[in-house]
Design a protein around this ligand. Structure first.
Ligand code: ADP
Ligand code: ZN
Length: 713
């Protein structure tokens, strides 16, 4: 466990950007972070809306560090608190939490630390804040800021309403002089306003970031053969962590079971599991011990894991908000991540049924939201455009990171297909749903057809040439284009619209997007040699990270996130300076992990045997670090000893950790230094030769160089 820094006083007076660099290891602020921090520092109330992974935390963490005093952070889940505190400590920032998992004496210890001004950020649950006792305790502290994380939990309009949050408004009244910052990833207008009202924020400045998550690939796929598609996907992502969302508890279990049988490291998660089992799955997932979680939406807010590389929706979510929130759990570290939504009409019907069965005033709204999701799934324009426009954010370009952009939809004259479909519906008296209509078109003798005599109508079998699945696709398009509607109150029967009349009776043309019976897999670009090497190194760094994380019992991404490892794998830093250039490596982590990671990189470069720039130096370094003498290295590498000494001195000058003292005794060093100094007085410059000569050949040139190098260093 990393000890707390002795005092935080040293942090004060630093500029936000310096704190970002030194503690968090990041080069620059993102988007609105700097502006937000400035506003908070001015003592104003602030509301921050940023998507998941946008970087909300530093918006209160850095002001807390710049200002004198302590920042109180209200956070809804114990697991979130623990994660955040661990991440801060790893960066050398004095943080702690008080919650029910601790003993009374542990809680008292933290409280004392706060009073001693040894804590900069104190995480706390909303329940705890309400207590009289805690509020009295707060009065004895110098609180510089109150941060309300996941602030949408205060609003009953939001999707995560928590009654414990309801009382937080009082906090504002009890501590009117302390500025507040509320943070959430929930965008909608109503919730936003509600947060401000409920928390009694005073003239708050609101910051709304773009909700686009460019590193998330958006893909919607037809839901046939889902299991097969998922297995193929997982085979392409052998080392990655991901979540597969299912609608029912049962399907989480059966899917996880199927995947396990195929050799994948998968576990189910749903609300009805015993608490200890839920906690175990979550912990194993965070620590990369379980790779795939097949979950219901119960698996949600506590997942702060930054290296979730994919989110798959086995079933359709209930609306776009849920969809976006769920896929948002992928790629928090900014590294490219994939999302796949399997879309079937059966799922639409299922959601309909659920909504119909509910006793809610919001039925109509729910249905409308489901329809928006359908439109998204069936759209033939850029997915991101549709999605962001739903969240009232204009997006004028093509994203080039969704299935539509990589595979633009082509329309064709589908008048005949449309006529067949519409006339089948018409002749079936507008009494049947999609499945039966297709069965009739395809000339099926299934019971649902023959029992009603549908095999005798004129359109029976006229659509045999088109697969069931493609017919389904065309029906969906006809629905979306308003040629058909569904009467949900009449067993989902298809109905003809006036627009369809024009097709059937006035020969209006219809254009549809060509249905593809097979999903066209996006071709995986072939990798260059350098990229492959970077991947191999990444895997090694990832293994090292796991070992280091397990030693401390923290999730691996807390040590370094995937983005940081990616940069290490491609830039291969082997010096302290180069290491500190990597995003995510601050001073604390450099001190704790820098050497381990540099050694791994060097080891890789040597064993990889690639001719790399500086490769020969690195090899010498590597051998030297293994304890070999310059002579042994020279022999092994078939080089002159002088060359090896040259290497070592170069490395030393370049800030490598080279212990030159191994090469020279103390007496030898003293003698060389004394000689050099006596000569220096006479000559302006330091030269090897005069020293060598003055010592009358007692030491060779190599030794003298080492001695003089040490004299300077
Ligand atoms: P949120 O709370 O908005 O979901 P976090 O605060 O957890 O997001 O930040 C997401 C990730 O981005 C974290 O790994 C965080 O360290 C990183 N991050 C935050 N700010 C920056 C920045 N300026 N540059 C690079 N990475 C950043
Ligand atoms: Zn796109």
């Amino acid at each position: 466990m990393i000890p707390l820094p002795n005092s935080y006083l040293a942090i004060r007076m630093k500029k936000p950007i310096d704190i970002l660099k030194e503690y968090f290891g990041y080069r620059a602020f993102r988007d609105k972070q700097e502006e937000i921090i400035q506003t908070v520092l001015e003592g104003k109330d602030t509301l921050v809306l940023m998507p998941t992974g946008g970087g909300k935390s530093v918006c209160y963490q850095i002001p807390a560090m710049v200002k004198e005093g302590l920042c109180l952070v209200v956070s809804p889940l114990i697991s979130l608190m623990q994660d955040q505190v661990e991440a801060l400590k790893q960066n050398g920032i004095a943080a702690a939490y008080i919650n029910s998992t601790q003993t009374v004496s542990e809680q008292r210890y933290i409280a004392e630390q706060c009073l001693r001004k040894a804590i900069k950020l104190l995480y706390i649950s909303p329940e705890k804040v309400q207590t009289e006792r805690f509020q009295n305790f707060l009065r004895s502290l110098h609180v510089n800021l109150i941060a309300i994380d996941e602030a949408h939990c205060i609003s009953s309009w939001g999707h995560d309403f928590r009654p414990e949050y309801g009382q937080l408004g009082e906090l504002r009244q009890r501590f009117p002089e302390i500025p507040m910052i509320a943070l959430t990833a929930t965008a909608d207008e109503l919730t936003r306003k509600d947060i401000i009202d409920q928390l009694h924020l005073q003239n708050p400045q609101s910051f709304v970031s773009s909700f686009d998550r460019p590193n998330l690939r958006l893909e919607v796929r037809p839901g046939q053969d889902r299991i097969k598609q998922i297995i193929a996907f997982l085979n392409d992502h052998k080392e990655d962590s991901g979540i597969i969302y299912c609608l029912s508890r049962k399907s989480t279990e059966s899917l996880a079971e199927k995947l396990r049988k195929k050799g994948f490291n998968a576990a189910p998660y749903h609300a009805r599991l015993p608490d200890n089992q839920k906690a175990k799955v979550l912990r194993d997932f965070l620590r990369d011990d379980v790779r795939i979680v097949c979950a219901t939406i119960a698996f949600g807010m506590g997942i702060d894991k930054s290296n979730v590389r994919f989110v798959i929706h086995y079933n359709l979510p209930k609306n776009l908000e849920s969809y976006y929130q769920e896929i948002g759990r992928a790629g928090r570290d900014g590294v490219d991540s994939e999302t796949v939504l399997f879309y079937t009409y059966a799922d639409v019907m299922m959601h309909r049924k659920i909504i119909e069965g509910e006793d809610s005033k919001k039925k109509e709204l729910k249905v409308a939201k489901l329809e928006r999701l359908q439109q998204f799934a069936e759209s033939s324009t850029c997915r991101r455009k549709v999605l962001l426009s739903y969240f009232s954010e204009p997006f004028e370009k093509k994203c080039e990171n969704c299935d539509v952009c990589s595979n633009p939809r082509k329309t064709f004259d589908a008048t005949i297909i449309a006529q067949k479909a519409l006339s089948a519906v018409y002749r079936l008296q507008q009494q049947v749903g999609i499945k039966t209509a297709i069965d009739v078109l395809r000339g099926s003798h299934a019971q649902n057809v023959t029992s009603k005599g549908y095999h005798t109508i004129k359109t029976f079998g006229v659509g045999r040439d088109i697969s069931f699945f493609n017919w389904q696709n065309y029906f969906h398009q006809l629905l979306n284009l308003s040629y058909l509607t569904i009467a949900y109150d009449q067993h989902n029967a298809l109905k003809i619209t006036p627009k369809a009349h024009d097709v059937l009776f006035k020969k209006e043309k219809v254009f549809l997007v060509k249905a593809q019976s097979q999903v066209v897999a996006t071709p995986i670009p072939t990798k260059t040699k350098t990229e492959e090497a970077a991947d191999a190194l990444f895997e090694r760094l990832r293994k090292l990270r796991k070992v280091l994380a397990d030693e401390q019992q923290v999730p691996p991404y807390v040590v370094f996130n995937d983005e940081t490892l990616k940069q290490m794998a491609s830039k291969r830093p082997t010096t302290r300076e180069a290491m500190l250039e990597i995003s995510g490596v601050g001073l604390r982590k450099m001190a704790f992990y820098g050497d381990d990671f540099m050694n791994e990189i060097i080891d890789f470069m040597v064993t990889d045997g690639q001719k790399l720039k500086g490769g020969t130096l690195i090899t010498t370094y590597h051998f030297f670090q293994q304890g070999k003498t310059p002579e042994q290295i020279a022999k092994e590498r078939d080089m002159s000893t002088m060359t090896i000494y040259n290497h070592l001195i170069k490395l030393y000058k370049k800030d490598y950790k080279i212990d030159l003292r191994r090469l020279i005794g103390q007496e030898e060093l003293d003698e060389i230094i004394a000689t050099a100094k006596s000569i220096e007085k006479e000559n302006e410059e330091r030269r090897l030769k005069p020293v060598f000569e003055a010592l009358e050949g007692k030491y060779n040139y190599d030794k003298i160089r080492i001695g003089m190098e040490l004299m300077e260093g």
